[in-house]
Write a protein that binds this ligand. Structure first.
Ligand SMILES: [Fe+2]
Ligand SMILES: [Fe+2]
Length: 206
């Protein structure tokens, strides 16, 4: 079989769907390469800062590593702004979606919320509410997200910081994104569908 015969999904056979699943699994193996490529493309996105978005991402990951963060958190810091080009108005959720099948829910939650938490540094200049994040203050991961923003995100716009290159983080990107998606060993008991993390990501409760 080179392609399936169906033109509407409802007409597909079991054999065809098994065939397509094999293709999807093969394609998923290229994820680390595609993430590395997308990171390189951040060099040419948002301007106006003293560092490029790639520089900011690398600096965030470098700082996380220097502070002794674990591997999942370092990779999360590295890709936390990956959605700047395709999801400029909800880039936090974009990065969280990429991470979610491969890391513990806490890491996904922090990245999902980081845009909101970053508002504390500037929303008051733009007519917004800098403290909007406080509606989450009783969430068990609230402080971890506060710390992520304070130590690794808002601080990572310094052109003089000794930032590690992308090649330094490449093995880690390959390691995390080569994991089996939704392996309970890493993400706990959840599936692609509704799960505890959906609730956690919505910020309402655990
Ligand atoms: Fe961000
Ligand atoms: Fe950022």
């Amino acid at each position: 079989m080179e392609t399936v015969q169906f033109r509407q999904m409802k007409d597909g056979t079991k054999e065809e769907y098994l065939f397509l699943t094999k293709h999807e699994d093969e394609y998923a193996k290229g994820l680390p390469d595609r993430i590395l490529e997308a990171l390189k493309n951040l060099e040419n996105t948002l301007s106006g800062y003293q560092v490029s978005r790639l520089g900011h991402s690398l600096q965030s990951a470098t700082r996380a590593e220097a502070d002794g963060a674990d591997e999942e958190m370092i990779v999360a810091a590295l890709i936390h702004d990956l959605g700047d080009d395709l999801a400029p108005h909800n880039h936090s959720q974009y990065a969280a979606s990429i991470l979610r099948p491969y890391v513990r829910p806490e890491v996904t939650w922090i990245i999902n919320q980081h845009g909101l938490f970053q508002n504390v540094y500037y929303a008051h200049f733009l007519g917004g509410d800098p403290n909007e994040r406080e509606y989450l203050k009783d969430h068990p991961w609230y402080q971890a997200c506060v710390d992520f923003c304070e130590k690794w995100d808002q601080s990572s716009f310094d052109p003089d910081y000794p930032t590690k290159p992308l090649s330094h983080f490449e093995p880690l990107v390959r390691k995390i994104f080569s994991r089996t998606a939704f392996d309970p060993k890493y993400v706990g008991e959840q599936t692609m569908g509704k799960s505890a993390v959906d609730i956690a990501m919505s910020g309402t409760s655990e």
